[in-house]
Design a protein around this ligand. Structure first.
Ligand SMILES: NC(=O)c1ccc[n+]([C@@H]2O[C@H](COP(=O)([O-])OP(=O)(O)OC[C@H]3O[C@@H](n4cnc5c(N)ncnc54)[C@H](O)[C@@H]3O)[C@@H](O)[C@H]2O)c1
Length: 258
């Protein structure tokens, strides 16, 4: 836990050696985040449903990275996976709830299965995993939770569908609720609301015509890079960000202000 005094010298407490759990760690933003946290000297539990990709990534990243296979859409599997984290990667000091699935269908085209799976993975997974890490954070009086919301939570979805936009809106609301609850315990809970990061969610799930139209519309006329996303996570988990909680940082190239 950081202790700031009036003594001369740097006011930067060290997060090196702490442990982070990053979900969606086999995806583009999860990999960028994991690399940034490893570079900062942290240990990282890399959680994802994609077991094969996860294992190959983790073995390339060295022994400070620990793969953890989990289906975040299933609360029982979250409990099973959490109990399987090796002792050397506990307690979790920092949780980055980044896993998510995109769906593009608007309300009438959204199937029951699509709605339920979007809410299960994008929202319920964040809640049930957070609940498992919170007690140890409270006990130590320090913790960081960062949730990946989306610009779609604010706009209703420019290209994103109804289920996705709704799930991300709820992630923002959950961020505020947990932030209020955990502030007295030294645990900050923040979010990031990216839009159009150069990942398969953009390059494969959107048509070429949609991508070109977006590049015209985004004021900076480019897509966000995964490393820019990871940089915001790195900022939010720092000790010196401890006075920021309940904040959702927009990262949208000027597409939306509020
Ligand atoms: N790419 C963008 O432009 C963009 C914009 C706004 C928000 N986001 C959000 O950023 C996050 C990361 O997105 P990305 O672009 O890296 O996508 P991605 O598809 O590359 O990564 C998502 C990862 O989540 C994992 N995942 C999916 N379902 C899971 C489950 N049930 N249990 C565990 N893991 C599961 C996938 O296997 C994948 O590795 C998502 O929450 C997404 O909604 C992305």
């Amino acid at each position: 836990m950081p202790v700031f005094t009036d003594e001369p010298g740097p006011r930067v407490a060290n997060i090196t050696g702490q442990t982070a759990l990053v979900t969606g760690a086999a995806g583009v933003l999860g990999v960028a985040t994991t690399r940034a946290l490893l570079d900062a000297g942290l240990k990282v539990v890399m959680a994802d449903v994609s077991e094969e990709r996860l294992r190959s990534l983790a073995s390339d990243l060295g022994d400070r990275a620990c793969p953890l296979t989990v289906d975040l859409g299933d609360p029982a599997d979250i409990e099973r996976a959490y109990a399987a984290i090796p002792d050397s990667f506990l307690p979790i000091d920092i949780l980055v709830n980044n896993a998510g699935i995109l769906s593009l269908n608007k309300s009438e085209a959204t199937s029951v299965e699509e709605w339920q799976r979007s809410i299960a993975v994008n929202l319920n997974g964040v809640f049930f995993l957070s609940r498992l890490v919170i007690p140890a954070m409270k006990e130590r009086g320090w913790g960081r939770i960062v949730n990946t919301s989306s610009l779609a939570a604010k706009t209703g979805g420019i290209t994103a569908g109804t289920a996705y936009s709704t799930s991300k809106g709820a992630v923002s609301a959950l961020t505020f609720s947990l932030a209020a609850e955990l502030a007295p315990y030294g645990v900050t809970v923040n979010g990031i609301a990216p839009a159009y990061v150069r990942t398969p969610m953009v390059t494969e799930q959107l048509t070429e015509t949609q991508q070109q139209a977006l590049l015209e519309k985004i004021p900076v006329h480019r897509f966000c890079e995964p490393e820019e996303f990871a940089h915001v996570i790195r900022f939010l988990i720092d000790d010196l960000a401890g006075f920021i909680t309940g904040e959702i940082i927009d990262q949208n190239g000027g597409l939306h202000f509020d």
